[in-house]
Design a protein around this ligand. Structure first.
Ligand code: ZN
Length: 282
């Protein structure tokens, strides 16, 4: 077990105990020095769930809640679930299942409302939403923004952070303003799969060295992630579960100790209210 002498949080990864590596990936992460995880449920359709109501998302959420419990037996720190509805679902619903954009919006909002129940009950720490990263029709785009804005409202009501999957951009100022307008502080909105620079909300930076160096130079709050998808059919598609601890070790060699503290202690506290030091055992 490699001890890097600091909490090490991967802010966004997936675990699929039925089809992927599941808990083995957590063991790899922990052996490399990783201590804390935010585990995001996989897109519902990848688990074979064709939701027709908000309640149909419960099996998707429960899979993540269960694997997080098992991860907590392994980690020196803790894992927490992040639950929501993947923005790509809108296209599955409209293109493959005959939903209208408004019907897709309603179903996705209903799924988010169920996710917010888990957060309110202490079963999850944050919500996940967003909008497509690819071109869509105007109707689908506005339905997606309505879903995203509902997630921000639910974050405000539940007093939790909201992770977003969005188009590639370094400016989400408008989304940050939407959050503030409903009472959710914009720093509690996180863009997952972010580059090293981002205006408007907090970046969860993909852990390659170039992006991390930009985040370090910028000196603002940021998180680190892999977006490990735990999909046996796409083994090389993303970073593996050892990546964040390895990058922290590299950051230590570079003398980036202040940035390590930012990404693994102060930003998790700022965004999620999580204390990664108090939840770390020896
Ligand atoms: Zn992801």
């Amino acid at each position: 077990m490699n001890d890097l002498g600091t909490p090490v949080l991967d802010d966004h990864l997936h675990l699929d105990p039925d089809h992927g590596r599941g808990i083995e990936a957590v063991t790899d992460f922990a052996r490399s020095g990783g201590t804390h995880l935010l585990v995001v449920n996989k897109p519902s359709w990848l688990l074979g769930v064709e939701a027709e109501s908000g309640d149909d998302f419960r099996t998707v959420f429960d899979t993540t809640v269960d694997v997080v419990e098992r991860a907590n037996d392994i980690l020196r720190g803790r894992a927490w679930p992040v639950l929501g509805v993947h923005p790509g679902l809108v296209s599955k619903l409209v293109d493959d299942r005959g939903f209208s954009p408004a019907g897709a919006r309603d179903l996705m909002q209903a799924g988010l409302e169920v996710a917010a129940e888990y957060v309110a009950d202490g079963g999850a720490v944050a919500l996940k939403s967003g909008r497509p990263h690819y071109d869509v029709t105007d109707e689908v785009w506005s339905a997606s923004n309505a879903v995203l804005r509902r997630a921000l409202e639910l974050g405000a009501e539940t007093e939790c952070a909201v992770q977003l999957h969005t188009e590639a951009t370094d400016d989400l100022t408008e989304v940050g303003e939407w959050a503030e307008s409903v009472g959710l502080p914009s720093e509690r909105v996180v863009k997952h799969y972010a580059g090293g620079e981002l205006a408007g909300v907090t970046p969860s930076v993909m852990s390659d060295k170039d992006r991390l160096e930009r985040a370090v130079e910028r000196g603002e709050p940021f998180l680190m992630e892999t977006d490990f998808i735990d999909d046996p059919d796409r083994p090389g598609a993303v970073m593996g579960p050892k990546t964040v601890p390895r990058r922290v070790s590299w950051m230590q060699e570079q003398g980036y100790d202040e940035a390590i503290r930012t990404a693994h202690v102060s930003t998790p506290e700022l965004v999620y209210g999580l204390d990664t030091e108090a939840t770390l055992s020896d």
